[in-house]
Write a protein that binds this ligand. Structure first.
Ligand code: GLC
Length: 579
C-alpha cells in the first residue's frame, strides 16, 4: 500500500497560479437550471421564467456565480426544448420576452450571471427554416442535410443514403414526402440537422448569438458540439457507411453504439466553429464593454478533443469545455486510484492559463446521489467544490435529490420512448428531471397547481430546500460552506497535491504559498479508517474541521489530531492546518 502511495504522490502546479484572478467567470460556481422543473409560478405544472426570477436570490444566497438555463426558446417540446422552432423567441409555456428581460434585470441586481443554452446542431422540424427548406425555398434549400438516398440493386427500392444511426436509435435519415428526399437527424426525427457547410447557416447562427448577447446574457452553454459537421459530400459520391463498432455491450443494430461515428462526429471543422464563436463573444465584449462573455461546451468526446476545445495555442475556444469524467469514467465502484488518476490527467493536460472544470451531473444523466449512493452525497459535493477550477452543479444535487422512478407508461423522454419496456429505464432521462423540491407543502412547493409535468419525488417532505436551509446541519448547509470556502486564495489559486492511499482513501491538499493549508480526506469505502495525515502534509499537532459529511463523527469547528484522523465510511472532510 505504502509503495503505491509514494509512487502516486504528485504535486501539480496549476495553470491557475499564472492567472491574476480578476474575471467573474474564473473559478466560477455554475448552476444548471432545468427551467421546466425549477419553479412554476402560473400553476400549469410546468416551470417558467418568472419562477427562475423568483429564485435568483436563493442561488445568490448559496453563493453561485452563474446559472445556465436549459433551452427556453419556442419549441414543440419533443426533446423538451432541444428542438427549437424559433431561436429568437421565448417558449410561451415559459413566459414572454418581457419576462425574460425582467429575469435578466433581476439577475443583474442580485449579481448572478445568466447563461443560455445554444443548440446549434439542429432545429425543430416545425421551424420556419425547415418548412422553407422542405418547400425548396432557394434561401433555405440547403439549410439542412438532404439526400436522394440510394437504390437497392437487388430490390430496386429506395433506401437511406447510409447506415448512420441516430443517438435516439434507428436510422438517422428520414424520408420527406414533400421534398422527396431524406434529411439527416442525429437526434429525434423531429430534430433535423442544420448544414454547417452552408455559409448562410453559419451566419444565421451567429445572428442568434448576437441577438441574445444584445439582450444581456453572460454567455452560452453550447449543445451537442461533436455532431455539428458531417463528412463533406463533395468528397464522395455517396455518404459513406460508418464502420461497425463490434462493441459487444451494444444492445443491437438499431442502437447508436452499433457503428463508429467517423463521418458524423468530431470532424476537424467543429473546433474551428467553436473558435469562431469564441471570437464572436470576445468581439462583442470589446465592442460593448462590460464583463466578459463566456462559452461552456457540451461534448462527450475523447480526452484529446475535450482539451482541444480550450484552444489550439493560436486561437481561443471554450472557457469551460465540460469535463465529463465524473459522468462517463467514474462511478460507484471506482477506486480512489481511479479518482486520483482522472483528476491528475485533466490538470496535467490543460494548456497554460486556463481552468479545470468538473461536471458531476446534468439533465441527461441519473442523479449524483443515485449514481454514487445517497451516503456519498456530501462526499461528492465536497470533492466538486474543493478541486481547482470551475464547479458545475445540476439543480437539486445541492440538496441530495435522488432519481424518481417513472414507469414505462409515464415516460416522456424521447430517448427512452424509442426503446421498449425492458430497456427504456437505462436510457431514460426523466428520473433526473422531476420538479425541484422547494418545501414540504403539496407538490414540494414547485407549483400551486394540482398536477406537474413529471411526478414530484415521494421524498420531498424529507428532502427539500426550506428544511435544509433551516436545519443546522444539512446537505445544503455543507454545500453553502464549501462554496464560501472556494473563495479563499488557497482554493482559487493554490496547487493541488493529491494521492490515493488505497482503494478507498483519497487525500489532497490545497494551498497557495503564504496562505492556509487545507487537507481534504475522502473515504469512498464502507469502513472507517484511521490515517496519520502528518506523513503526507505539514499539518502540525492540530487541525480544524471546516466541514464534513452529515454522518461524520466529527463536527464543524472541532479540533482533531491529524496523526490519528478517523475517516468514517463514505465521509468527506475538509481540514485546515492550525499554526
Ligand atoms: C444534448 C442535450 C440533450 C439533448 C441533445 C440533443 O446532449 O443535453 O438533452 O437531447 O443534446 O439536443
Amino acid at each position: 500500500m505504502q509503495t503505491h502511495a509514494v509512487v502516486a504522490f504528485l504535486v501539480l502546479a496549476l495553470g491557475t497560479t499564472q492567472i491574476h484572478s480578476t474575471e467573474w467567470w474564473e473559478n466560477g460556481n455554475y448552476y444548471q437550471i432545468y427551467p421546466r422543473s425549477f419553479r412554476d409560478t402560473n400553476g400549469d405544472g410546468v416551470g417558467d421564467l418568472n419562477g427562475v426570477t423568483e429564485k435568483l436570490q436563493y442561488l445568490k444566497d448559496i453563493g453561485f456565480t452563474a446559472a445556465w438555463l436549459s433551452p427556453i426558446f419556442k419549441s414543440p417540446m419533443v426533446d423538451f426544448g432541444y428542438d427549437i422552432s424559433d431561436f429568437y423567441q421565448i417558449h410561451p409555456e415559459y413566459g414572454t420576452m418581457e419576462d425574460f428581460e425582467r429575469m435578466i434585470a433581476r439577475a443583474k441586481e442580485v449579481g448572478i450571471k445568466i447563461i443560455l443554452d445554444f443548440v446549434p446542431n439542429h432545429s425543430s422540424d416545425k421551424s420556419e427554416w425547415f418548412i422553407n427548406s422542405v418547400n425548396g425555398d432557394p434561401d433555405y434549400k440547403d439549410f439542412y442535410i438532404w439526400h436522394d438516398g440510394k437504390i437497392n440493386e437487388e430490390t430496386g427500392e429506395r433506401e437511406p443514403p447510409s447506415n448512420w444511426i441516430s443517438e435516439f436509435r434507428y436510422s438517422a435519415w428520414e424520408w420527406n414526402e414533400v421534398r422527396e428526399q431524406y434529411y439527416l437527424h442525429q437526434f429525434a426525427v423531429q430534430q433535423p440537422d442544420l448544414n454547417y457547410r452552408n455559409p448562410a447557416v453559419v451566419e444565421e447562427m451567429k445572428r442568434v448569438l448576437r441577438f441574445w448577447l444584445a439582450k444581456g446574457v453572460a454567455g452560452f452553454r453550447i449543445d451537442a458540439v461533436p455532431y455539428m459537421f458531417e463528412v463533406d459530400l463533395d468528397r464522395y459520391n455517396q455518404y459513406p457507411d460508418e464502420p461497425l463498432s463490434n462493441d459487444t455491450t451494444c444492445p443491437g443494430s438499431d442502437d447508436h453504439c452499433w457503428t463508429q461515428h467517423i463521418y458524423t462526429q468530431d470532424l476537424p471543422e467543429t473546433f474551428d466553429m467553436i473558435y469562431q464563436w469564441r471570437e464572436l463573444v470576445d468581439d462583442f465584449h470589446e465592442e460593448h464593454g462590460g464583463d466578459s462573455r463566456v462559452l461552456l461546451t457540451e461534448a462527450y468526446t475523447s480526452f484529446e478533443n475535450m482539451i482541444k476545445f480550450y484552444g489550439d495555442g493560436v486561437r481561443n475556444g471554450s472557457h469551460v469545455p465540460f469535463n465529463f469524467d465524473f459522468l462517463s469514467n467514474i462511478n460507484n465502484v471506482s477506486t480512489a486510484h481511479d479518482y486520483a488518476e482522472h483528476i491528475q490527467k485533466w490538470i496535467n493536460a490543460m494548456p497554460a492559463g486556463v481552468y479545470a472544470n468538473w461536471v458531476l451531473g446534468n439533465h441527461d444523466n441519473k442523479r449524483v446521489a443515485s449514481r454514487f449512493g445517497v451516503q456519498r452525497t456530501d462526499l461528492i459535493n465536497i470533492l466538486l467544490q474543493t478541486l481547482p477550477g470551475h464547479a458545475v452543479t445540476y439543480n437539486g444535487e445541492e440538496l441530495g435529490m435522488t432519481d424518481v422512478y417513472i414507469s414505462w407508461e409515464d415516460t416522456v423522454d424521447p430517448n427512452a420512448c424509442n426503446a421498449d419496456p425492458d430497456t427504456y429505464y437505462d436510457r431514460s432521462r426523466d428520473p433526473a428531471r422531476t420538479p425541484y423540491q422547494w418545501d414540504a407543502s403539496e407538490n414540494a412547493g414547485f407549483t400551486s397547481g394540482d398536477q406537474t409535468w413529471l411526478p414530484v419525488s415521494d421524498e420531498y417532505k424529507q428532502i427539500n430546500a426550506l428544511q435544509q436551509m433551516r436545519a443546522p446541519q444539512s446537505h445544503l448547509q455543507i454545500f453553502k460552506k464549501l462554496v464560501r470556502l472556494r473563495k479563499e486564495p488557497s482554493f482559487r489559486q493554490g496547487a493541488i497535491n493529491i494521492q490515493a492511499l488505497d482503494d478507498d482513501i483519497l487525500i489532497y491538499s490545497r494551498q497557495k504559498t503564504g496562505s492556509e493549508l487545507y487537507v481534504i480526506v475522502i473515504n469512498l469505502g464502507g469502513s472507517d479508517k484511521t490515517i496519520d495525515l502528518t506523513k503526507y502534509y505539514s499539518l502540525g499537532g492540530q487541525a480544524e474541521v471546516i466541514t464534513t459529511s452529515l454522518q461524520s463523527k466529527y463536527i464543524d469547528g472541532e479540533l482533531v489530531d491529524p496523526k490519528a484522523f478517523v475517516a468514517n465510511a463514505h465521509v468527506g472532510t475538509v481540514l485546515v492546518a492550525i499554526n
